[in-house]
Design a protein around this ligand. Structure first.
Ligand SMILES: [Zn+2]
Length: 404
């Protein structure tokens, strides 16, 4: 009898146990938020991208419907990036020093506090000999690494100096783990990279607008590759940007290969799918120039991404500004001279820059020969002579944002 009772108890346990653990698992799953859907890198093929664009285009047929969709996409980006609600705009406490004067422009070391103790480091280029107020241009950079990568790159210095010589106040700023940020010990692998870089771009715009010589209504943004991602993300969520030139990045089939571009659920949720071509379309009706090449994921721009975006601009009718594409089928990734020569006239036209003395009247070529290429040492904001404030966060530290 005893043995029978034990066997019966064991059998009962065997029958009940799996059911109990399945119920526990169900409960556990219900308690946890759904796993985020990440569209990383080549998340889908070129063919799938074309089909996705068709699905997305079918969700609106007039301006009212598009505006409603655009608002939902904007919200998804902010929620996905953990920037909803936006963090408090704490004092920027700008640090600006070491002005270097060159032919037609100057460069200063400049840093701002995007969150208390979290600095964004950069170079501030200003026109010399031109009357303000001046248009402002933000120049984020891409993932080109090394001691002379990011903001220190020659192509970035040429771009900033030449825009400044035409009358723009330009802020060129580091991503996390690049430039001064790298020099001070930060790593690009920081888990909040997308959140912090997007917030830093918003604060960089606050900084430009806080300068007395900047015209708040004439703000442009241009960046290449990862800097292109920052360009269209900022433009999508901040209507203070009036002109955008994302270079070699807007693609319907490639979502950005870095966690700072696609490591958070900004592209897809259970409720809404989008891609970087549509996020760039959120620029509408403001002027937008897509610079694309045959040698990377922007190779289809003239026949895939541009028509989708043009269709959105068409909905705005007469209120739509220019949407354009400069395509270089034989060229590769980067913000080389040819791409800069495509960007300059667009910025001149839409920001009201003064190209006199820079653009050759006959050839239309913009002269970059006056740029003085500086060394990283010269471009640093904090060094022995200008020590980092004591309350600065330690490299790698988590930064408090709104939801924490
Ligand atoms: Zn990155």
């Amino acid at each position: 009898m005893k043995i029978h009772a034990i066997l019966l108890a064991a059998l009962t346990l065997l029958l009940i146990a799996p059911r109990a653990s399945a119920a526990d698992a169900d409960k556990k799953e219900a308690a946890q938020p759904a796993k985020p859907i990440l569209c990383r890198g080549h998340y889908h093929t070129e063919e799938e991208a074309v089909k996705q664009l068709a699905r997305m285009a079918a969700t609106y047929s007039n301006l009212k419907e598009w505006k409603a969709r655009a608002a939902t996409i904007r919200k998804q980006i902010l929620v996905g990036a953990k920037l909803d609600p936006l963090p408090e705009r704490t004092p920027l406490k700008p640090v600006i020093h070491s002005k270097r004067k060159y032919d037609g422009y100057s460069v200063e070391a400049a840093a701002i506090e995007a969150r208390p103790g979290f600095y964004v480091y950069g170079s501030l280029y200003r026109p010399l000999g031109k009357k303000g107020p001046h248009p402002g241009v933000l120049c984020p950079h891409g993932h080109a690494r090394g001691p002379e990568g990011g903001r220190y790159r020659a192509d970035q210095q040429h771009r900033c100096a030449t825009l400044a010589r035409m009358g723009a106040v330009v802020f060129s700023y580091d991503m996390i783990g690049f430039g001064d940020s790298l020099f001070l010990g930060w790593d690009h692998g920081h888990s909040q990279a997308l959140t912090l870089q997007t917030w830093s771009s918003i604060r960089a715009l606050d900084f430009l607008q806080s300068l007395p010589d900047v015209d708040d209504d004439r703000i442009g943004v241009t960046g290449c590759s990862g800097g292109g991602t920052q360009t269209f993300l900022l433009t999508a969520i901040d209507d203070r940007v009036k002109v955008a030139v994302p270079v070699v990045m807007v693609s319907a089939h490639f979502f950005g290969g870095c966690h700072c571009e696609s490591g958070m659920p900004i592209h897809k949720t259970a409720k809404l799918e989008t891609n970087n071509a549509e996020i760039a379309a959120l620029t509408a009706p403001r002027p937008l120039l897509l610079v694309s090449v045959g040698g990377d994921w922007t190779k289809n721009t003239p026949k895939v991404e541009l028509p989708y975006i043009e269709n959105v601009y068409r909905l705005y009718g007469d209120d739509a500004n220019e949407v354009a594409n400069s395509h270089f089928p034989k060229e590769g990734h980067g913000y080389q001279l040819s791409k800069r020569q495509a960007m300059y006239p667009f910025m001149v036209k839409h920001l009201g820059l003064d190209a006199k003395g820079v653009r050759d009247a006959k050839t239309g070529v913009f002269d970059e020969s006056k740029t003085v290429l500086e060394t990283p040492q010269k471009m640093r904001v904090f060094d022995k002579k200008h020590p980092l404030p004591k309350h600065a966060l330690k490299p790698g530290e988590r930064v408090g944002v709104s939801e924490e």
